[in-house]
Ligand binder design. Sequence first.
Ligand code: RRO
Length: 320
Amino acid sequence: MSKLSLAVDVAGLRMRNPVMNAAGVLGMSPPILKRVYDSGAGAVVTKSVGPAPRTGHGNPTLVQLSCGALNAMGLPNPGADYYADEIRKLKRMGVPTVASFFGGSVQEFAEVARKLTGAGADALELNASCPNVAEELGMLASDACNVEKVTAAVKDETDLPVFVKLSPNVTDIKAVARAAEQGGADAITAANTLLGIAIDVGFRRPVLTNVTGGLSGPAAKPVALRCVWEVSQAVEVPVIGCGGVATWEDAVEYLLAGASAVQVGTAVTAHGFKVFGDIAEGLERYMAENGFTRVEEVVGLAHEAGRDQKSKADKCSIRV
Ligand code: RRO
């Protein structure tokens, strides 16, 4: 009988287990991301970096809600050149690193991808879905044609695995996922945050300076899980689940829905760094108790039952 292993290979990124942090939550400082790795993550993901330094939106940029968090950071980052050095430091510390990035045009995406590849990242996560910017960047999320173009341009610049992170704020995420795959995406990350708003009743005005923000945490989980479910049916490449993962049960739900790995974001604020190791350990126990030896054996297992349930539900629905 083969020995149980949590190790996964997601589109060429080898990890000791399928748990990462989500881009943004813990910034990009090498010592902090090293701590994520030392706390049990299989790989780390940096905050999204762009071609030039950017301050982001003014405060307040984050609101804690009973159901999660709403952020409108506005892509603050020190620019790709500075970042490249930080990635080199992380790599010297032996941390498997996914560099998240964005651009304001096809050329900028390609240019940043080239710099991050040169810095030694293990994989790139192309952020096609920041909810907190106007201009063409904000529009990219729902434009399948541009997602394909940007992905293809990035693939021309790098031999690294490219994960394309999609937005849940679209009518048909399957179409955008297929476009990314067509452009050469090696994996799809589903999903970024949900557009939301919070209003201060005392001041009678929106809390966030940017007015709208991206909702993450428990409230986002069912939506992101549905995105993973749909995307994994629409594309051949692996899917990475992101949205409200806080426990090993959440991670297993994502695997059953079709994700090959998961990312943990908002839960780090509630549970601390130990959340990564706790999820990996819980997943290992679940696999042992249920007779699985490889993570891949769990991936997508709920789909067959889902198809049966759906066809029964469709038969029972009343036609008028
Ligand atoms: O920086 C942000 O405002 C931000 C980004 Br880049 C993103 O991808 N998702 C999000 O919720 N916030």
